[in-house]
Design a protein around this ligand. Structure first.
Ligand code: NAP
Length: 481
């Protein structure tokens, strides 16, 4: 198609391993689809790390993404010994692409144990919070901690994105999958925000499913799901599972969407063993580009490209990861798709309209300041003492302070006062101090308590215990009454 002044520019990052081959193949398909795109090449990943840029994303790439707002990206590697953060995660977080959309659909000509069941579902995963924020600390030389941070803003916007996405694709049902039965505050926040947002979408069937049962149901009866919204790590795992239902990672596309930038990429990585051999399946990146064309409202080109891919597969032209017949290489598969532009397959493209990505501001999601009653503090200490001896020392040192020791837990289970259980204690204890006279609460009394604790033990962190707007702002330990 001819380019005009309104032709959108797309930053294209070839990436590592099989990336350059599958991205080049995809660009050929996009160009043949009738889409109107100006490609702007930029780099990130292994070569960039090896040049000594610790983020793996150079400034010129950030500038290009800032300008184009749309990225088609190959997989990126973090080479051992260069940088500790993933360039993928850096790109997603730098541009606040808070929703990761991963559709899977039964493909014509790609047989799986599920063929004929009409799988057509989408996992929508929160993309910038949760355990993948990567906030980790060694608590003792032998105990590691990773913080699971979940915000109301994050939960509201991913819930509404999933609900809007369902409408944009004419789907009828959205399930939120969480582990709210165990993590009532973090995972529970997504459940609550989703169910609350869902009240504004009476046209959709909305429900909650516990994440482990969701994995079980996905293997047993995947056709019951249309859209699943979930937290970051749950979604990462579930979406690899769902890609296996329809033929594997070679066919699994994704979009990282935010209020500004959108990044389109395969779910798969750089598959280094196939790099440079012209054997990788380009379908996952190609189907990601189809999502990109829809994002750009180039719906006809998107349908043409998707139908050509479906038709090639239906005609028995298979990349090597479809284990039937004689496979073809990356280039031959791409040629076959391009030859079929304009043809239709037996699997029609879904009707699409532009996705309205919800804009939720920090202020909009913020709970108005209310009451905060201080109940005490959890002090985490390192010790190889037995719990009874720790309690004895802590009780003694708390004398003369407004605090009293309520309990000690080890990895979340009460070990003092004795519960009669047989918890194996490691050298990391949580000591819960409560304050009976709230008026005695002040910073100085807490600092005094910490000073006293530090005379006997190394403490590594403290959590204030609060009742926020009448609700307990902390969980009880296992076995705590
Ligand atoms: P991977 O690259 O996804 O490869 C895992 C396996 O999936 C491959 O061995 C191959 O399976 C199959 N596969 C993946 N893509 C394929 C394709 N296009 N065509 C055919 N088969 C394909 O996962 P990994 O080996 O765990 O990761 C390799 C590197 O990629 C790591 O450095 C990782 O950090 C990075 N990575 C990057 C991203 C990203 O950029 N978004 C995502 C994930 C991983 P068979 O062996 O069965 O043939």
């Amino acid at each position: 198609m001819t380019q005009t002044s309104s032709t959108p520019a797309v930053t294209v990052i070839p990436g590592d391993g099989i990336g350059p081959e599958v991205v080049a193949a995809t660009m050929r398909m996009v160009d043949a689809s009738g889409a109107s795109i100006i490609w702007e090449e930029a780099h990130a990943g292994a070569q960039v790390f090896m040049k000594g840029i610790p983020s793996g994303v150079p400034e010129e790439t950030i500038e290009s993404v800032d300008r184009t707002r749309i990225v088609l990206k190959g997989p990126l590697e973090t080479p051992v010994g260069f940088g500790e953060k993933s360039a993928n995660v850096t790109l997603r977080k730098l541009f606040e692409t808070f929703a990761n959309i991963r559709p899977v659909r039964e493909l014509p000509g790609v047989p799986t144990p599920y063929s004929g069941r009409g799988i057509d579902l989408v996992v929508i995963r929160e993309n910038v919070e949760d355990l993948y924020a990567g906030i980790e600390h060694m608590q003792t030389p032998d105990v590691a901690q990773c913080l699971k941070l979940i915000s109301r803003l994050g939960c509201q916007r991913i819930s509404r994105t999933a609900l809007e996405f369902a409408r944009a694709e004419g789907r009828t049902s959205v399930a939120a999958a969480t582990k709210s039965n165990i993590m009532k505050f973090t995972e529970g926040m997504l459940q609550r925000e989703f169910l609350s947002a869902a009240e504004e979408y009476p046209d959709l069937e909305t429900w909650h499913v516990i994440i482990d049962n969701c994995a079980h149901q996905l293997v047993k009866a995947p056709e019951q799901f249309e859209v699943i919204v979930t937290t970051n790590m749950n979604g990462d795992i579930l979406s690899d599972l769902t890609s296996a239902l329809v033929g594997g990672l070679g066919f699994a596309p994704s979009a990282n969407i935010g209020n500004g930038v959108a990044i389109f990429e395969a779910v798969h990585g750089s598959a280094p063993k196939y790099a440079g051999k012209d054997v990788a399946n380009p379908s996952a990146v190609a189907l990601s580009a189809v999502m990109m064309l829809r994002h750009l409202s180039q719906f006809d080109a998107a349908d043409r490209m998707e139908q050509a891919i479906f038709k090639a597969l239906e005609d028995g032209i298979h990349p090597q990861d479809v284990k039937i017949g004689a496979p073809v290489g990356t280039t031959a598969f791409t040629d076959a798709v391009i030859e079929r532009m304009g043809q239709t397959s037996s699997t029609p493209s879904r009707p699409h309209r532009a996705l309205q990505v919800p804009v939720i501001t920090r202020e909009g999601a913020r709970t108005a300041p209310g009451s905060r009653i201080k109940e005490g503090a959890d002090v985490f200490i390192e010790s190889t003492d037995i719990p009874g001896r720790i309690a004895e020392k802590l009780n003694a040192l708390a004398q003369g302070t407004p605090y009293r020791l309520k309990m000690i837990s080890n990895r979340g289970t009460v070990v003092w006062p004795s519960t009669g259980g047989s918890t194996e204690c490691i050298d990391h204890f949580r000591c819960r101090f409560l304050i009976d006279d709230q008026s005695a609460w002040n910073q100085e009394s807490l600092l005094d308590l910490l000073k006293r604790v530090s005379e006997h033990y190394r403490w590594m962190h403290v959590e204030k215990l609060e009742i926020i707007d009448g609700e307990l702002g902390f969980t009880r330990a296992q076995g705590e009454n």
